[in-house]
Design a protein around this ligand. Structure first.
Ligand code: ZN
Length: 428
């Protein structure tokens, strides 16, 4: 794979920014641009007031697609230990995410007959938002979470949690102690792993011979179809199609035998995998159907990927057009939410306090801080009722229904909701 990729790319156009960059899965040289969102700060690096006058590091959001394996990826500019050791994202602050994970727990417990003798491991277990539901069922669990501050919250809830990064080394250590898993779960972690081979090989080592692993990640096809350019940020190193994820798992002797298409995070896949040698779980129709759909939609051809750049630019123009017109008419705009994706969007579009006065968030850890790059201040949600803005600009558009329900009182003063993705839309 590598040799062929090198040959092909030596004759292709040179991309100076990617000189030396190689595919994190197959090692081929990266030279095909998926989208270039310019320079952006780390999207979870919220600033305190005393940091506002200091320099702020910006890194490229320049995304490539591998011409060999079609893995869409961002170079690793910052090491995960810089990003994830003091992480501001607490999974438990979203109601719909919690009910999604509770439903998952019921589903897999029944389907794979998990009980008091089973062992469930979650990779990137955050504040214990998922494992708490297994604990309630009396199923032994272990969380693995590199961010010490969120792991501490899980431990307080009585969920055993190791503050470590997962990979081959940790998997060998646990397997060596007889702690192999019947179920390994991972939601929104695979994209955030720079060394995807070390991570998936770790899964193979940690998984019992008849065990099952489920991994959820945003689906690349949804990103492309629905202009989800703001799901691209430095913490997300890879963007997966089913095709790309199957290749990676197969390289580590794991077979994807089922897949579900979920509505979470704007459209995710939940893949179910097992050891290639475990024939008791045959590959289901949902896998072959989705694979064929991706191939028919062009996900094995580079032109399909290169078209995304123009879509991103059109999305930016439309968002700016709305904001310029609103401010020109003297309307006020407040943000709702301070998610990572919001920071990509605001920085790519060049939107600061000149367009959005402030934003609000339910997470108290973010109050009194400022968004990276744009320096928009973050307040508790009550601020909206105090200032009565004309528009509430919803940054976590994947939670728009939940947010519009919670904030329905905005309509009391004639306020409207605005959702930027997939197309800027005003909800009266
Ligand atoms: Zn590759």
């Amino acid at each position: 794979m590598t040799t062929e990729g090198e040959k092909k790319n030596n004759t292709a156009r040179a991309e100076p920014a990617a000189r030396g960059a190689r595919c994190r899965f197959c090692g081929a040289a990266l030279s095909h641009v998926f989208v270039d969102l310019g320079m952006s700060p780390l999207c979870e690096s919220f600033l305190s007031a005393d940091q506002l006058n200091r320099m702020e590091p910006f890194y490229p959001l320049h995304v490539y697609v591998c011409g060999e394996c079609f893995l869409v990826q961002l170079e690793e500019y910052v090491s995960p230990s810089d990003i994830f050791t003091d992480y501001a994202y607490f999974s438990s602050y979203s109601d719909s995410w919690l009910s999604h994970m509770k439903a998952y727990t019921d589903l897999v417990t029944q389907r794979f007959k998990l009980g008091a003798k089973s062992f469930v491991v979650e990779l990137a277990s955050n504040d214990g938002y998922l494992l708490q539901y297994f604990v309630q069922k009396g199923i032994p669990v272990l969380g693995i979470e590199p961010a010490a501050n969120v792991a501490a919250v899980a431990v307080e809830k009585g969920i055993p949690t190791l503050v470590k990064f997962f990979g081959v080394e940790l998997a060998k250590e646990l397997a060596g102690k007889g702690q192999q898993a019947d179920l390994i779960a991972g939601a929104n972690v695979l994209a955030q792993v720079p060394d995807v081979n070390d991570f998936v090989e770790g899964i193979r080592i940690l998984l019992k011979p008849d065990g099952v692993v489920t991994i959820e990640f945003p689906h690349l096809v949804q990103l492309v179809d629905n202009n989800q350019l703001d799901t691209i940020y430095h913490e997300h190193f890879s963007y997966f199609s089913l095709i790309a994820s199957e290749a990676i798992f197969a390289a580590h002797k794991l077979t994807i035998f089922d897949v579900e298409e979920l509505s979470t995070h704007g459209g995710s896949l939940r893949i179910y995998a097992r050891h290639a040698a475990n024939g008791s779980l045959p590959v289901g129709r949902r896998v072959t159907e989705l694979r064929e759909r991706e191939i028919a939609a062009g996900y094995k051809r580079l032109e399909t990927y290169s078209r995304f750049s123009e879509k991103a630019k059109a999305t930016k123009r439309n968002i700016l057009e709305f904001l310029i017109n609103a401010r020109r008419e003297g309307k006020t705009v407040a943000g709702y939410g301070a998610p990572g994706k919001g920071n990509t969007l605001l920085n790519y579009c060049g939107v600061r306090g000149d367009f959005i006065d402030y934003t609000v968030d339910r997470n108290p850890h973010k109050h009194g801080k400022f968004l990276p790059g744009s320096h928009i201040p973050i307040f508790p949600p009550e601020r909206i009722g105090e200032t009565k803005p004309d528009y509430v600009f919803i940054l976590p558009w994947n939670l728009k229904d939940e947010i519009m329900k919670q904030m329905a009182y905005v309509r009391g003063w004639g306020g409207k909701f605005v959702v930027p993705i997939p197309e800027i839309t005003v909800y009266p």
